[in-house]
Design a binder for this molecule. Sequence first.
Ligand SMILES: [Cu+2]
Length: 523
Amino acid sequence: MGGALLARAGWLPAQPGQRFATEFDPNTLEKFVDSLPVPRMATSHGSRPDPTDMMRRLAYYRIAMRQSTMQFHRDLKPATVWGFEGSVPGPTFETRSGEGILVEWANELPARHLLSIDHKIHGAEPGKPEVRAAVHMHGAKTRPESDGYPEDWIVPGKSILYHYPNQQDASTLWYHDHALGINRLNVYAGLVGMFLIRDPYEDGLNLPKGKYELPLVLFDRLFTRDGQLLYPVSGDPESPWVSEVYGNAIVANGKLFPYLEVEPRKYRLRVLNASNGRFYHLSFANKAEFHQIGTDQGLLSAPLALKSVIIAPGERVDLIVDFSQLRGERTIFESDTFVIMQFRVSPERVADDSSLPSSLRPVLRISESQAVKTRLLTLDEIDNSVGEPVRMLLNNSHWSMPITEKPVLGSTEIWSFMNPSDDSHPIHLHLVRFQLLDRRRYEPWLYRKNGEIRYLGGPMPPEPGEAGWKDTVRVDSRTITRIIVPFEGFAGRYVWHCHILEHEDNEMMRPYEIVSEREQKKM
Ligand SMILES: [Cu+2]
């Protein structure tokens, strides 16, 4: 793994040059005094006609983005946050595959932003409304007009109705802001929530459910002495953008160092990395084994026994943790040197009628021969004269340049991401699910000099926990990472981007367009 990935996961200190606000050290707080909150479930407000079939009606939800206050810890003053329904994380949606829903996203935020906007960043130029929001359902197969395209932002006082058809397998999706040029700030302020899709196949596996199934939304933050969110800025007031943000504490479901009382039995933890830039290397302090059963887009073919798991921003891991061997004990869930939370296992024996089946859901590997096209796409960091990053690009292209990636609806392509940088970039494609083919180390300097690709070793297969359906993939430092993507769903304009939000906001995002076969013939 590259040094930057290790730094993100917490093995190494943050890189020099980043202004690391050390105003307040959350480690001075007493740990395990707040119980882990579980976000409330989103509730529908009746039904509305299905926009694709007026004879049918769909459950209708209205979710407002609001400023509110919340306590991240018993001994911290309430912080001003922006949350869906005022809560961070927002309410969890629980939906069924094949049963579409409608969500009216309402921007009820104040007119002034909570954090410092960089008006030199594309999309956030002077004259643009300061507060804008676009809600993207990460991992959802939606029509382009419901995808939360970064330019489809709405201002306070406005709302927009999105349709989620849920024509996809059971999976752990999440929703968050995606407004062009300020998405990193809106998400940091708290605009994240979880969205679960269930289906009969998954129901039949008898996995832990009800109070034994928990979302675990993780993000890191910095705080001021009085408990407010602190978003670091560069030394230049004209362009406050910083290339990466690392908090000095990890927040779980909205609390610092929470605890959870559990029974000695199996639990299902649906873990989301909603951090702006930090990677986690999750494990239990007592080295307890757990099982990974799913990834971004649903179940793996079989449970995977692990003692630790890496999760990059935007990714999800679905875990089964069996506390039956830990009756009466306490164990800490951590990411290297960072304490996340404590589990307190009750001493009384309990019956556990849930299962951890030996096989889960078949994941048919897509053969490379099915790909009709291979695209080589570079991940680029543009530095200033003193080597500080000033911008990130995909394929050396700015957001506003003409669309160059136009896959045909129903076709399969291989996208090869070439990453010459020292950073690992988690790349996310909207609309589609894909499979990771391999990563291969290569010689970046030679490529820069004369365009020659010289590999430094053979292809590395996906890690077993990445061998399911993905929508976000780590393109590790100095590798060419290849994914195979069936472009299924809808024609239209979507985006692909790095999920390090500081990168995404500063142009490490590009539109792509899925064209129908008919349009393709005209081209
Ligand atoms: Cu990136």
